[in-house]
Design a protein around this ligand. Structure first.
Ligand code: F6P
Length: 324
């Protein structure tokens, strides 16, 4: 292992830059040559590969987004595209690759290593926190803090006008951002895909709250909730419960940007360092994750196929604490 490459792929996540920095500095320390692949798998196919020295990753630990850019590559999904990517890695004599991304990124990496033999190690980089094999993904904590900050502001206006707000957060098919944000903002309800739909239960909670002179309410909705996001559930509730004026707010891509929190910077730094060590130790097709504050490695195949089980305690808390 003499020459390694690092890239970011899929949706960007705050902390990816801290991860790239950790890979570059840890690898250089080991005497490896490090290369950055720009624009994810698409850049790999098109040969957008440049040497990264320690000074190239100066002043990025606090920056959101990814200096390496990112893309969701369709070309890499077919064999011809992957062959072109392999030819490019070969041209640069790359012996191992570190991929920072989510499910799609690791699916591609797993196939690629089986086809061409170049070892890949993954770092979980997605705001969704939907990856098995790590308690938290890089970017999740920042996204939750951004959503909490936005909802604290919405709370002010909801309170002033006595309104019921349905606030939609990201997460694709996962409700982790909604669950954590809901608890942290004291929401009256949290709707997530992991929990069976219960519009009637939500309406009962809102009615009870109204009868106890709770004059405004906040409900956090995961975009992947089966009720059809915040707009869908707001329309259903409006039909059956007109005590409040109902408003919808979709936080959207705000959650993807901004300076990473301390937690995300540390997570990315630890996993970046561990990923370099893993390549040097001959590991491949595994993701570095943090479980119970210990770095562990989980095969890509498991990260992709296994479901990350959401804590029942956390789900229960949202209901118990909602009774204001
Ligand atoms: O996976 C991260 C994520 O932000 C999801 O939460 C969201 O569903 C999706 O990406 C949005 O993707 P795009 O930025 O391509 O619209």
């Amino acid at each position: 292992m003499r020459r390694i490459a690092v890239f970011t792929s899929g949706g960007d996540a705050p902390g990816m830059n801290a991860g790239v920095r950790a890979v570059v500095r840890s690898a250089n320390r080991e005497g490896l040559h490090v290369f950055g692949i720009y624009r994810g798998y698409q850049g790999m196919i098109e040969g957008e590969i440049k040497r990264l020295e320690n000074e190239h990753v100066r002043n990025i630990i606090h920056r959101g987004g990814t200096i390496l850019k990112t893309a969701r590559s369709k070309d890499f999904m077919n064999k011809e595209g992957r062959q072109r990517a392999f030819d490019q890695l070969n041209a640069f004599d790359i012996d191992g690759v570190i991929a920072i991304g989510g499910n799609g990124t690791f699916t591609g990496a797993d196939i690629f290593t089986k086809e061409f033999g170049i070892p890949f190690i993954g770092m979980p980089g997605t705001i969704d926190n939907d990856l098995y094999g790590t308690d938290y993904t890089i970017g999740f904590d920042t996204a939750v803090n951004t959503a909490v900050d936005a909802i604290d502001k919405i709370r002010d206006t909801a309170d002033s006008h006595n309104r019921l707000f349905f606030i939609e957060v990201m997460g694709r098919h996962s409700g982790y951002i909604a669950l954590h944000t809901g608890i942290a903002t004291g929401a009256s309800g949290v709707l997530i895909p992991e929990k069976a739909k219960d519009t009637a239960g939500l309406i009962r909670t809102l009615k009870k709250a109204a009868s106890r002179k709770k004059l405004f309410s906040l409900v956090v909705v995961a975009e992947g909730d089966e009720e059809g996001g915040a707009i869908g559930i707001a329309n259903k509730v409006k039909e059956q419960f007109d005590d409040f004026e109902v408003k919808v707010s979709i936080i959207g891509h705000l959650q993807r940007g901004g300076s990473p929190t301390c937690q995300d910077r540390i997570l990315a730094s630890r996993l970046g360092h561990a990923s370099v060590q893993a390549l040097l130790a001959g590991r491949k097709s595994e993701m570095a994750g943090l479980v119970n504050n210990q770095v562990i490695f989980t095969p890509f195949a498991e990260c992709i196929s296994q479901e990350k089980i959401m804590s029942k305690d956390m789900m229960d808390i949202t209901e118990i604490l909602a009774m204001g």
